[in-house]
Design a protein around this ligand. Structure first.
Ligand code: AMP
Ligand code: MG
Length: 691
């Protein structure tokens, strides 16, 4: 139950009666009912304040209004104090303990004496300090020069960055101190609880299921100085009461949802950092240079490379889960490979080089095999049987291949010479312990897994696989398997793009199709931005009436129309939707695939954590002739036959059969060119894009 009807905030004080005229450093209170603040109440001493509070609680209970009552002093002390005084961690027992021992009148109270008395139980140097009286009090240090505190200086809440500037409960006086207020405030609260048994609950120690809740507040948490002409305490209680009263029930519930059994908490200080990260990408990350009509491909790529950052989050996985994942940090060998010297062949091992000519050696009993080391030392001049992979026994550093040996009468014979160390592998000759095995950003290959395993790595830090959502747009599209009416076509892009994403090592998320309908597209993008790191759309990316992808992104204020000097390609719409990057690809399947390979793939790699990956290209003689005008880069569907690059007969960007016929792309530079058969051209196999 968290809804409240009335809100009252109290700014407490530990001082004596402040006289008839309203002034600062007195007790001030303010009540808000139905969103309206009453005139702040000036309460000249604690006796008057207690009566006023009783009256308020009675009134609100009688009117069946739930009352939220805030006080600006700690409801508990740092850990361990309550138990040391009362034998219990329950702060409410400490309230009663203080209530039995404090004496309070408008002109005087015993707080310094009580603080000294408590200190004397703990050796007389703390936890309390500061004496506001003329006379000395045994055990109560005047300052912190000879101060010793057997308890923590601060409550956990006071250590939170937001609560910077809060005072400790141990300081009994001086500007801003709260120690006296706590000691002289808790007894009042204890009496009110008793007077209204079962009607008051205390936050955060008790469930707030009664008509009245006592809550610890700290106006300085959110408020600055008061406007001119207003008494700060009066203004603060009014402001806090209004702002808590205006909070949504859920928001207040969230603030009230803390866990601070013994020490209490300050309302509004968040208990832990919320689990949020700054947006990974800047809103203008897709902005192109102004005034340029058609951006060259290389400029567009350089821009993506510079502006995009890693968005995939790190995690730790077992090696068995690591195939294809991207390392977040360098990996060093836990163990050398090989871990110890061993034999590379089946044969006989002995010490040192063998001279030229026939050699005969006595055979020492026993043998060494992989995983079954020889136990003992082979005497000098003796040979021992060794099998491939076996650790070299003590006394052995050289091995003769068994095919080169005659064995008879417990001896071996072979022809020298043989170099010392022949047919053996040195410890660490492949990788030494501590060596860099693989660098951060590496996408793990099957061979990498062998290397990691051999060097003793069982778990690694990698990134979660980048989730890439794919969405087709267009009224004309129907799903394969459905009946296609006149004017309708089957959605070709989505199966292609989903498979491209998968092959390139990202996690495809199928968002289906949407018609050319802005509201539906908006809904789909909203849900996509919640379940994917990046969104690829196809269709609707130009500037026409039915180009809703670009229209929506423009509406969101984070859209750029990329007019890239590229064939095949139409304008791309790049933008952020709820912070999630959207690549609005052209609808034509050929352009959609080329733009994905040339632009989206390196961008996705960067966001996935593998850095900017350039496809590897090869220069090959052309098997075709082509004249090309200057001004834009061209990608032709191509394949290699007999060592020469062939291109597809038609360059039409709707010719899906050519995409399928091809095994890669021929890239022709931005300038003019006349390519004749036999001239060198750049061929990029599909495999170079990770396909
Ligand atoms: P748009 O970019 O929406 O103007 O579409 C350009 C061309 O690509 C049109 O002929 C569309 O019908 C076609 N197209 C758009 N999306 C797809 C798709 N998912 N599959 C096949 N063709 C498409
Ligand atoms: Mg369309």
């Amino acid at each position: 139950m968290t809804g409240f009807d009335s809100f009252a905030m109290v700014d407490w004080s530990s001082g004596n009666d402040t006289g008839p005229r309203p002034r600062k450093d007195a007790i001030w209170a303010c009540v808000v009912r139905k969103g309206e603040a009453e005139e702040p109440m000036y309460l000249r001493n604690r006796g008057i304040a207690e009566l006023w509070l009783r009256n308020l609680i009675e009134t609100e209970i009688a009117a069946s209004r739930r009352l939220f009552l805030g006080f600006d002093f700690p409801f508990g002390y740092p850990k361990g104090f309550a138990r040391a005084l009362t034998g219990s961690d329950d702060p409410l027992k400490l309230w009663d303990w203080f209530e039995r021992r404090t004496e309070d009148s408008p002109k005087a109270n015993n707080r310094f004496d009580l603080a000294g008395e408590i200190n004397r139980c703990f050796g007389g140097k703390g936890p309390f300090w500061f004496n506001g009286l003329q006379r000395d009090i045994e055990g109560l240090p005047k300052n912190k020069s000879d101060y010793q505190n057997p308890f923590p200086e601060r409550r956990a809440v006071e250590l939170m960055p937001e609560a910077k500037g809060s005072f400790s409960c141990w300081q009994m006086g001086g500007a801003g101190a709260v120690g006296g207020q706590v000691m002289m405030g808790l007894p009042v609260l204890a009496r009110l609880r008793r007077a209204f048994t079962g009607q008051i609950s205390v936050w955060p120690f008790e469930a707030l299921d009664t008509p009245v809740a006592f809550v610890e507040i700290w106006p300085s948490l959110t408020l600055g100085s008061a406007p001119d002409g207003r008494i700060k305490d009066a203004w603060q209680v009014e402001q806090v009461a209004l702002s808590v009263a205006r909070m949504q029930v859920e928001e207040l519930a969230q603030h009230l949802n803390v866990n601070a059994a013994e020490e209490g908490w300050i309302l509004g200080v968040s208990q832990s950092k919320p689990n949020i990260a700054p947006p990974p990408l800047r809103n203008d990350c897709f902005a192109l240079p102004a005034g340029v009509n058609w951006t060259p491909v290389d400029d567009a790529l350089a821009l993506l490379r510079e502006r995009l950052t890693v968005v995939a989050t790190p995690e730790r996985v077992a090696l068995s889960q690591a195939a294809g994942r991207i390392l977040t940090e360098d990996v060093l060998a836990n163990r050398s490979n090989p871990p110890q010297p061993n034999t590379a062949v089946d044969g006989y091992g002995f010490a040192g080089a063998a001279q030229e000519g026939a050699q005969v050696m006595p055979l020492y009993p026993g043998r060494a095999a992989a995983g079954m080391p020889f136990d003992g030392t082979v005497p000098d001049g003796h040979a021992v049987r060794v099998l491939t992979g076996a650790a070299l026994p003590d006394g052995v550093d050289t091995v003769i291949l068994e095919e080169d040996v005659t064995v008879q009468d417990n001896h071996i014979a072979f022809h020298g010479p043989l170099k010392q160390g022949a047919n053996t592998r040195r410890a660490g000759e492949d990788v030494a312990e501590g060596d860099l095995v693989l660098p951060a950003g590496r996408r793990l290959t099957p061979a990498d897994l062998a290397l990691l395993s051999a060097t003793g790595i069982a778990e690694i830090h990698v990134r979660k696989t980048l989730r890439v959502a794919v969405l087709s747009t267009g009224d004309e599209l129907v799903e394969p398997g459905e009946t296609a009416g006149p004017g309708q076509i089957f959605d070709a892009n989505r199966p292609m793009l989903l498979s491209l994403i998968d092959r390139m090592g990202f996690q495809p998320v199928d968002l289906g199709r949407v018609p050319d309908d802005r509201a539906e597209l908006r809904d789909r993008l909203n849900s996509a931005s919640g379940q994917a790191d990046v969104i690829l759309t196809s269709g609707g990316a130009s500037a026409g009436d039915e180009d809703h992808v670009s229209a929506l992104l423009r509406e969101a204020g984070a859209m750029q129309e990329w007019r890239i000097a590229l064939k095949p390609g139409r304008p791309l719409a790049l933008g952020l939707w709820n912070g999630t990057p959207v690549f609005g690809l052209p609808g034509n399947p050929v352009a959609a695939m080329v733009c994905t390979l040339i632009f989206a793939r390196p961008a996705l790699g960067l966001m996935a954590g593998e850095g900017w990956q350039e496809p590897r290209a090869f220069d090959l003689p052309a098997a075709f002739e082509k004249r090309k005008k200057p001004g834009r880069r061209e990608y032709l569907r191509a394949r290699v036959r007999d060592g020469r690059a062939e291109v597809f007969a038609s360059e039409g960007s709707g010719r899906i059969s050519g995409l399928s016929w091809a095994e890669g792309l021929v890239e022709i530079e931005d300038g003019a060119r006349h390519i004749k058969p036999g001239d060198m051209v750049r061929f990029i196999p599909y495999g170079s894009f990770g396909l």
